[in-house]
Design a protein around this ligand. Structure first.
Ligand code: PEP
Length: 256
């Protein structure tokens, strides 16, 4: 069986001053020790990317942006291209986060364009999907997730190939920043569904290699139980990634 390397990813959102971001990156870099069995990633705001890149250069931490535009360049005031992200040192990009979907009207069709551009450039997309509380209560979770996957990854479907480096993140909207975590069983059920979708849409090999992160109020005290589930391959963390000690504990979850 293919062994997937766990990933702990911190999404800093629109938080931290430049100095705070650099200091946090340094704290994480020195605190995580030998992380060869866990991949670590941070996603600072655009303006902090280059400085954080400098602060993590000696460490094994990957750098991601939180969004990008799908065109390579042009008259798109206020936007940032994938190529620009690479020039700032990014290897990954978070796409389709629920805050982009709900607050900025980003549709799965738009996410698909971004995923396509990122993959073309060799930037690894971390593609987020997740249902709202209303959708869960209406027992529409699986339909919503399927539709988001179908549309957001439509370009991979057209190519009949999903790069196995692609990372997916299941983030139930009702659990993001609310302190409510999906139980390990609730999360695993959806992760299993997503892995089955990959198998049905592509093949078993791809399904066994693609990592699926869980996101939604992950904290040092719940990460270990979530990580015991077979289809949960890591965590995408908001709040608890903003403090060096809690993020380092998340990365070192096996030692707790
Ligand atoms: C997120 O924003 O991706 C997230 C999961 O946030 P939090 O950990 O704060 O719920």
């Amino acid at each position: 069986m293919f062994e997937r390397t766990p990933m702990i990813a911190g999404n800093w959102k629109m938080n931290l001053s430049l100095d705070e971001a650099v200091a946090l990156a340094q704290t994480i870099g020195s605190g995580i020790g030998d992380t060869s069995k866990v991949e670590v990633l941070v996603a600072p705001p655009f303006t902090h990317l280059a400085a954080v890149r400098g602060a993590i250069d000696e460490s094994r931490i990957f750098l991601a942006a939180q969004n990008m535009h799908w065109e390579m360049s042009g008259a798109y005031t206020g936007e940032i291209s994938g190529r620009m992200l690479q020039q700032s040192g990014c290897t990954h990009v978070i796409l389709g986060h629920s805050e982009r979907r709900t607050l900025f009207g980003e549709t799965s069709e738009v996410v698909n364009l971004k995923v396509k551009a990122a993959s073309f450039l060799g930037l690894i997309p971390i593609v987020c999907v997740g249902e709202t509380l209303e959708e869960r209560e209406a027992e529409r979770t699986f339909d919503v997730i399927k539709e988001q996957l179908d549309l957001s990854l439509d370009n991979f479907k057209a190519d009949q190939m999903m790069p196995t480096t692609t990372i997916l993140a299941y983030e139930p909207v009702w659990a993001i920043g609310t302190g409510k975590t999906a139980s390990p069983e609730q999360a695993e059920e959806v992760h299993q569904f997503i892995r089955q979708w990959i198998e049905n849409t592509f093949n078993t090999g791809t399904a066994s290699q693609v990592r699926i992160l869980y996101g939604g109020s992950v904290k040092p005290d719940n990460v270990k139980t979530l990580m015991t589930e077979p289809d949960i391959d890591g965590a995408l963390v908001g709040g608890a990634s903003l403090k060096g000690d809690s993020f380092v504990s998340l990365v070192r979850y096996r030692e707790a």
